[in-house]
Design a protein around this ligand. Structure first.
Ligand SMILES: Cc1ncc(C[n+]2csc(CCOP(=O)(O)OP(=O)(O)O)c2C)c(N)n1
Ligand code: SF4
Length: 280
C-alpha cells in the first residue's frame, strides 16, 4: 500500500470538504505533486503555491504551504512577484487550461519567454469546469461544450509545443493516470532552474463527460491510459494515427539563463554604475 503522505500536507480543519466532484482528476494530480515535494524534502515554509480561479485552481487552498489563491488568469504575475521578491522560495503555480491559456495565455507565453523561475502545473481537462463547461483553448475540434452545442470549430493549442516555442527550460506532459511518471516530472521540474511547465492531462467526468458522453471518472481514467503514447513512439507515427493520442514525455530540458539570475545580475550592474557615478 502507498504510504499516506498527502494527509500530512492538508489543511483538514480549515478547508474541507473540497469542491472536486467524485472521479475528478485534480486530486490525483495533486497527490503526485505532494509526493514529489515530500521526496525532495523541501520545507513547506519555503514553498509558495499560487493559483488563479477554477476547479484546479482551488488546490492551493487545501495544502498547508504559503498559498496565494489569486484572480482568474493572473497566477503567473502574482507568482512572478513572489519569486522576484524572494528568489530562494520554490514557487509552484497551479492552473487550469482555461486559466493558463485563455485569459492567462499572454502571461503564459511571456513567462516561458522570460524563463522565469516558476514551476507550473497546468491541469488540462479540455474544458472550463468551474463555470459550467464552456470550451477552452485546448478543447479538441468537434467536441461539445455549453458554448459549443453544435461542436467546437476551433483548433486546440498544443500546450507543450507552445511552451517549447516560447522558450521554457523544462516542458513535459503526462496524465492523471500515470501517477509515477508525472511525479518524476514534478521532481525534475522543481529541481530545474528556469520556467518549468508540466501539462497534466486529466478528466472532468461531470461536465466534459456530460457534453461528450465520455463516461464516468473511471472510464475517463482508462481513456487517459489507452490514449497515452510516448514521445519516442509518436515520432514514427503519422498525424492521422496520432489524432486521438496523448503524447507524453519530456519536450524540453534546456539550460537557458533563468530570469531570476538575469535580474540579479542587472541589479548588481545597476548598483556598480551608481557607485561609479557617485565617486566621480
Ligand atoms: C476575470 C474573470 N473572468 C472569468 C471568471 C469566471 N471563471 C472562473 S473559473 C473559469 C474557468 C475555469 O476553467 P479552467 O481554468 O480550465 O479550470 P477548471 O475549472 O477546468 O479546473 C472562469 C471563466 C472569473 N472568475 N474572473
Ligand atoms: S466540474 Fe469537472 S474539473 Fe471541476 S471538480 Fe468537477 S469533475 Fe473536476
Amino acid at each position: 500500500m502507498m504510504e499516506d503522505i498527502v494527509h500530512q500536507y492538508l489543511r483538514p480543519k480549515k478547508k474541507f470538504p473540497h469542491v472536486w466532484c467524485p472521479g475528478c482528476g485534480d486530486g490525483v494530480v495533486m497527490n503526485s505533486l505532494i509526493r514529489a515535494i515530500h521526496s525532495l524534502k523541501i520545507s513547506r515554509d519555503n514553498i509558495v503555491m499560487v493559483s488563479g480561479i477554477g476547479c484546479s485552481s482551488r488546490a492551493p487552498v487545501y495544502f498547508d504551504f504559503c498559498s496565494l489563491h489569486s484572480t482568474h488568469g493572473r497566477a503567473l504575475p502574482f507568482a512572478t512577484g513572489v519569486k522576484l521578491g524572494n528568489p530562494k522560495l520554490t514557487v509552484i503555480v497551479i492552473s487550469g487550461d482555461g486559466d493558463a491559456t485563455a485569459i492567462g495565455g499572454n502571461h503564459f507565453i511571456h513567462a516561458c519567454r522570460r524563463n522565469i523561475d516558476l514551476k507550473m502545473v497546468l491541469i488540462n481537462n479540455n474544458i472550463y469546469g468551474m463555470t459550467g463547461g464552456q470550451y477552452s483553448p485546448t478543447m479538441p475540434t468537434g467536441a461539445y461544450a455549453a458554448t459549443a452545442p453544435y461542436g467546437n470549430i476551433d483548433r486546440p493549442f498544443d500546450i507543450c509545443k507552445l511552451a517549447v516555442a516560447a522558450g521554457a527550460n523544462y516542458v513535459a506532459r503526462s496524465t492523471a493516470f500515470h501517477t509515477f511518471q508525472i511525479e518524476k516530472y514534478f521532481k525534475e521540474a522543481i529541481m530545474k532552474p528556469g520556467f518549468a511547465v508540466i501539462e497534466a492531462m486529466t478528466a472532468c467526468p461531470s461536465l466534459y463527460s456530460f457534453y461528450n458522453k465520455t463516461g464516468k471518472g473511471t472510464d475517463m481514467m482508462k481513456a487517459l491510459k489507452d490514449r497515452a503514447i510516448s514521445i519516442e513512439s509518436a515520432a514514427n507515427m503519422s498525424p492521422e494515427d496520432l489524432k486521438e493520442k496523448i503524447v507524453t514525455g519530456i519536450f524540453a530540458n534546456g539550460d537557458a539563463k533563468p530570469y531570476t539570475v538575469a535580474y540579479q545580475e542587472l541589479m548588481e550592474r545597476a548598483e556598480r554604475s551608481r557607485v561609479d557615478e557617485e565617486s566621480i
